[in-house]
Design a protein around this ligand. Structure first.
Ligand code: PEP
Ligand code: MN
Length: 367
């Protein structure tokens, strides 16, 4: 049981393999030939543990390929029969779930556009009551950990225990180098709240182009994610959806080969001793930082009192600008990143204003 009360089975037990778990296959199932050819090439790499393909495709704008529908499920099962790979697809409603269960799909996932909608997630969860099948939940398209966790909870309440979260990035109006901003902090937040929850990264949908897949994959493994879901296609440029981000099975194999897989920990005694010495130093420094922060806030309180007695405003923009300027220059000289210094100062300033506001609004205590 976790703090949030999720009952989970670790991914390595239900995928029956060691981490990192690799799931790959085309964005969409297009034809039976494409599915079987992709599956054969993928299995030949010897690197992939499950085959993915979208059967019902949620497209942002109409007029694009929306998937093969139920017919495509047959192709997925043929690919499974040809290669022995378990197969995974996306479900968004009860009808999808029923069709997948009837066809013999092994793993389901809830897509980013479905996780945002508790009605849809509940419908999927209700359709899965009493069924023992692994379900993976992609993060919602908007950066909201609560919605992501809520979807996992709905499925878990329906009795699904073989679960993993899929981090596929978040859409935003501002366009950066990624199709979907990874916002790693949100994935870390979910992992911190539910440590037993295994997380899979989907570098294809984060990157949006094949050149960034290696970079995102390595970062995900370095953050202790349990595996990767990477889109692959026999002829990526001719794919009917997400062409730019798909790779050939051969390119996939190269990406996986080049990844550095690190362990969560090691039994090496020298490593453990060195780490514990460094951690002691960190503990000591954290202690000093907190003491200094506390002392700083006590001075803020005195300043608040002094400003109150002299009827002076709390916010002094000039002073704040001077603080930012001098501290950033100082911290830069000490090797700290400007953005970090600025974020940290904003947090301290915000708290300092709160402390002064409290002093200023304090009604004189009656004796
Ligand atoms: C997909 O996996 O092809 C897909 C539609 O992904 P997402 O839900 O992350 O957009
Ligand atoms: Mn896709």
């Amino acid at each position: 049981m976790t703090k949030k009360g999720l009952q989970l089975e670790p991914i390595s037990s239900w995928m029956k393999t060691d981490r990192p778990i690799i799931i790959s296959g085309p964005c969409s199932a297009e034809t039976e030939e494409q599915m079987i050819a992709t599956a054969k090439q993928i299995v030949a790499t010897g690197r992939v543990h499950a085959l993915r393909a979208g059967i019902w495709k949620p497209r942002t704008r109409p007029g694009q390929y929306e998937g093969a529908g139920e017919e495509g499920l047959k192709w997925l099962i043929s690919a499974k029969n040809e290669t022995g790979l378990p197969v995974a697809t996306e479900v968004a409603n009860a009808a999808h779930v029923e069709a997948c269960l009837k066809a013999g799909v092994d793993i389901l996932w809830v897509g980013a556009r479905t996780t945002v909608n508790p009605f849809s997630v509940q419908e999927v969860a209700d359709a899965l009551k009493g069924v023992d099948i692994p379900v993976m939940v992609k993060n919602p398209i908007n950066p909201d950990v609560e919605l992501w966790l809520g979807a996992l909870e709905r499925l878990n309440k329906a009795g699904i225990t073989k679960m993993a979260a899929i981090h596929r990035g978040f859409s935003s109006f501002e366009k950066g180098p990624f199709r979907n901003a990874p916002m790693w902090d949100l994935a870390i937040e979910l992992k911190t709240r539910v440590p037993e929850l295994d997380m899979i990264c989907d570098p294809s949908h984060i990157a949006g182009n094949r050149d960034l897949i290696s970079f995102v994959s390595q970062k995900a493994l370095d953050l202790d994610m349990a595996g990767l879901m990477i889109e692959s296609h026999i002829n990526p440029d001719a794919a009917w959806s997400d062409a730019k981000q798909q790779v050939t099975p051969a390119a996939l194999s190269k990406i996986i080969d080049e990844l550095v897989v690190r362990t969560q920990t090691t039994d090496n005694k020298v490593f453990k001793d060195t780490l514990s010495i460094l951690r002691e130093q960190i503990d000591q420094l954290d202690d000093e930082i907190m003491q200094k922060l506390s002392a700083r806030m006590k001075i803020s309180e005195k300043i608040g009192q002094y400003k109150k007695e002299n009827n002076v405003t709390i916010l002094q923009v000039n002073r704040w600008e001077e603080i930012i300027k001098t501290r950033i220059a100082l911290c830069r000289a000490m090797g700290l990143n400007d953005e970090f210094t600025s974020d940290l100062l904003k947090l301290i300033h915000h708290e300092s204003i709160q402390v002064q506001t409290k002093v200023m609004n304090k009604v004189a205590e009656r004796v």
